[in-house]
Design a protein around this ligand. Structure first.
Ligand code: ADP
Ligand code: MG
Length: 683
């Protein structure tokens, strides 16, 4: 019965589950309080005294039993609303009790409702002296009498059945020694039943370290196995295409960071092992050109390469951009998206299969079964967070020898998150923006400041600049939001009427060719204003646009705001981002807008985002399972994470397959755990 309930309500199936069902706090029963010294700030109190009176009061539902307990310093009131008859029989006036419970104050006097009472039989009775664990439970469990402390009783019994043998040490002894960590057995006992607060904290720390350590170890072993055993196509040389492009066609000198990253990629692709690399960089840091040049290396070695983008607009933009930059090289570049017409598609598919095209640019359409490459050597995934784990993986299941994979982020990912969620990938960072970028001046304005905002925009248009208005259309199927967008469009139009002003609009429900017409008119400066949804969030590059207005900015997440803001500030002009909101903005949203106004640095914003939101669903990592820690948290415990990572790196350097005798416990542990947890690979 109880077992069934535990299974259903808390997913506790085994003793192991019970052991890892940790208390969320402990009640301090290490001290006995003098009644006269109780203050309202105290939470739970334990007192010792003599029962001096006991009376019922009230009628019907208000009926209660009220007793008084006295020690040498004062009197405290004890109250019961339930089980009154039973309590009355069980307690005797004049008897001494040890009493524990949650403190309340009534008319300035201390009282405890439904206290725990223990009669003190003789002066020898030991006063309870421990930290009492309180466990998370559900309402249903409570209703059946399995409250937070009853679970403690079960756990206590369990500890009488098991011994150190059942919880063998799994961390290397040099770490235990160096960090002065509790043994695993001690840690498990003390996290439930600590003798002191200090021991409890030590137990929690050790178990958090263990969680991070094991997670890092698994990822590290995956990475190390790939480095040593995976088969990848070898790119032995850098040849004509790369060199011609580099020496004659590159439109600007690369930044130091771009050069460094390109070198890392080139080395990686030359090893004969499969590259699996995450490329991080802030909005506008120039990831695209790095990807393009890596793709040229693939072509120099006789392979095809592809780049997959999350939207048609972005794919088309990459296509135009690549086609233009590469035109002197006479390479075949094709675009394949959901709206490629059937006849055209058929032709392109044949060209890809026969190897007549070298560079393939596309959307999700690239991962469909019908797309067969002749010899795909490198797959680039732009704005990786827009794709699911499984989707990405499909791309390189397409060849016998897996292609090299370069995964690019839209905005930076916090370091701790990258370490955990993408820890099996190698990692490159572009931490430098191209020269001459000016910070984008960002302000938060309330809706009623709209007239001034519009005046400012008019003056920018007069100077020849272009403007974005973004509306929060998050679920593109939602009718309400669609109507909001149309209203927004009419509103902008009322401020900026034709024929003096022309407006483009794009949104997710629009057919691709219509999107394209609207984009092109904006790019060619035939329209001064672009009204859009987050479909233009990713990638779009119109350097003459200098103002980004974000409507209902409170509805956007931080990385999305930063990404949207990155659409301006791409040219030589000073650029602005105006965040509009109503006056009623929640706390978290206010924090977000504040961060946006305070900094342009995507790495800082990413850290703040993680702090504000917690490690929930940032950049599509939820499905990965890599963040499912029981105790540890990558925000609050980042120092422990860094330490675990350091130790894992050291360990794997010395003993990559855990063959040494001193790592046998660790190996056994991983082996055993493998059966239990399915660790989805990220990419
Ligand atoms: P993101 O990293 O956000 O994808 P992009 O690759 O779109 O950024 O680059 C943003 C803009 O910066 C583009 O217009 C690109 O041509 C330009 N750019 C990239 N690298 C450099 C550089 N080294 N010097 C000057 N401009 C650059
Ligand atoms: Mg980009």
């Amino acid at each position: 019965m109880r077992a069934d309930l535990l299974k259903k309500e808390l997913e506790i199936f085994t003793f192991g589950d019970l052991l890892t069902h940790f208390p969320f706090r402990h009640l301090d029963r290490t001290t006995v309080q003098a009644i006269g010294q109780i203050t309202p700030q105290m939470d739970h109190v334990q007192v010792r005294g003599v029962l001096i009176s006991m009376n019922t009061a009230g009628e019907k539902r208000g009926r209660r039993l009220v007793a008084q307990l006295r020690d040498r310093t004062g009197i405290i009131e004890l109250t019961w609303f339930q089980g009154i008859n039973w309590v009355q029989k069980a307690l005797t006036i004049g008897q001494e009790f040890l009493v524990f419970g949650k403190l309340g104050f009534f008319l300035g006097k201390p009282q405890i409702t439904h206290p725990e009472m223990e009669a003190i039989q003789s002066s020898k009775t030991e006063v309870k002296n421990f930290l009492d664990p309180i466990y998370p439970v559900t309402e249903k469990l409570k209703a059946r009498g399995l409250h937070g402390r009853a679970i403690g009783k079960l756990t206590e019994q369990l500890f009488q059945l098991i011994s150190e043998k059942e919880l063998p040490e799994n961390l290397p002894s040099d770490i235990l020694l160096k960090e002065k960590y509790l043994s695993r057995w001690e840690a498990f006992r003390y996290i439930h039943f600590p003798p002191t607060i200090e021991k409890k904290d030590q137990a929690i720390h050790r178990l958090k370290f263990e969680e991070f350590f094991m997670a890092q170890l698994r990822l590290g072993m995956l990475r190390s196995a790939r480095h040593r055993f995976s088969k990848g196509v070898v790119f032995t040389k850098v040849d004509k295409y790369f060199n011609d492009f580099y020496h004659q066609l590159l439109p600007f000198p690369l930044t130091g960071a771009q050069k460094r990253v390109l070198k890392e990629i080139r080395q990686d692709m030359g090893t004969g092992k499969q590259m699996n690399r995450l490329l991080q960089g802030d909005v506008g840091s120039g990831k695209t050109i790095v990807a393009l040049m890596a793709m040229l290396i693939a072509i120099d070695n006789g392979f095809q390469s592809c780049i997959m983008a999350p939207t048609e607009i972005l794919a088309k933009q990459h296509f135009d951009n690549f086609s233009e930059m590469l035109s002197p090289l006479e390479l075949e570049v094709v675009l394949l998206t959901g709206s490629t017409k059937a006849a055209q598609r058929k032709k392109i598919l044949a060209q890809i299969l026969e190897g007549q095209v070298q560079i393939i640019i596309g959307t999700h359409a690239l991962i469909e079964e019908t797309v067969q490459f002749k010899n795909l050597g490198l797959a680039v995934i732009d704005e990786q967070h827009k794709f699911g784990v499984a989707q990405r993986a499909k791309l390189w299941q397409k060849s016998n020898v897996p292609p090299h994979v370069l995964v690019m982020t839209a905005t930076p990912i916090p370091r701790t998150l990258a370490m955990t969620a993408y820890g099996d990938l190698d990692y490159s960072v572009i931490d430098e923006l191209p020269p001459g970028r000016k910070p984008i001046h960002t302000v938060h304005r309330l809706d009623d400041a709209r007239p001034q905002v519009m005046d400012f925009i008019r003056s920018e248009i007069t100077l020849g600049r272009q403007i974005y208005f973004i509306f929060p259309l998050i679920e593109e199927s939602e009718k309400m939001q669609y109507e909001d967008l149309m209203k927004g469009y009419e509103n902008v139009k009322a401020w900026f009427p034709e024929p003096q002003y022309w407006i483009s609009m794009v949104h997710g429900r629009m057919p691709a060719d219509q999107k394209e017409v609207n984009m092109q008119r904006f790019i060619k400066k035939e329209t001064q204003i672009m009204v859009g949804t987050t479909v233009i969030e990713v990638g779009v590059n119109v350097p003459n646009a200098s103002v980004m207005v974000i409507e209902s900015a409170e509805k956007f997440g931080l990385s999305q705001l930063h990404q949207l803001r990155g659409r301006v500030g791409r040219g030589s002009e000073k650029s602005y981002c105006i965040l509009l909101s109503g006056s009623q903005v929640g706390r978290e949203a206010k924090d977000r807008l504040g961060v946006m106004c305070a900094t342009n640095d995507g790495f800082k914003i990413a850290e703040k985002d993680l702090e504000i939101r917690g490690p929930g669903d940032i950049q599509g990592t939820r499905q990965s399972g890599a963040l499912n820690f029981k105790l540890a948290n990558i925000v609050d415990d980042r120092e422990i994470l860094e330490k675990a990572k350091l130790e894992v790196d050291r360990l794997l350097k010395n003993d990559p397959d855990l063959l040494k005798h001193e790592n046998a416990g660790l190996k056994n542990f991983l082996h055993y755990e493998q059966g239990k947890t399915a660790w989805g690979r990220i990419s």
